[in-house]
Design a protein around this ligand. Sequence first.
Ligand code: GSH
Length: 216
Amino acid sequence: MTNGKHEPMILIGQYDSPFVRRVAIALRLYGLPFEHRPWSTFGDADKIAPYNPLRRVPTLVLDSGEVLIESAMMLDYLDDRVGPDKAMIAPHGEMRWRQQRVAAFGSGLGDKAVSLLYERVLRKEKLALWVERCEAQIAGVLAMLEQERAAVATPYWFGKSIGHADIAVACALRFVGEAHPALFDPRYPALKAHAARCEALPEFQEIVQPLAPPKG
Ligand SMILES: N[C@@H](CCC(=O)N[C@@H](CS)C(=O)NCC(=O)O)C(=O)O
């Protein structure tokens, strides 16, 4: 890991990753300046490695030169940095864990969609057991989130303002729609409306990249 100072923060990773995109959109909504290094996990692994030996993205290099991994941890750091009045999550209590719960399902959806993509593009002989498992996990979460979002009348999941849960789900939905279009079918109108509302925001329109899958 580097000990050099970096001002402003550096966000490593391409915006076709639902996790990188989620962090970049939060940075933009918080008005925090950052440099973007759109390095690919596979093609640019050697560039990522000095900052993050896991060679994964997102990787966030703080102004201090210290490095954070895991998008949820980055958002926790950013929330702390902007303070409770600006943070896109409740500071504590029931509202906080409810918001984190939806965000975690969004993030889990992204995880399974990424795993399924890797299976499809990186492995010559697909493992049917794994493909079917990922597809079932994705369909199950989509159905659950659809039901929950349909029951909410507010513009965003937890009220009038956008929060981390909204962003996590919207970024995962875009990824599922691009990587596995057959799985994000018309059975999910409330989620499609949620995605469309978020994608219409300037920050989502600015921070976007068509999916560029790794090559096997
Ligand atoms: N739990 C991680 C997931 C990040 C993740 O899955 N990143 C993918 C790109 S979308 C990656 O780095 N893949 C390469 C690898 O895992 O080796 C987070 O929330 O930051």
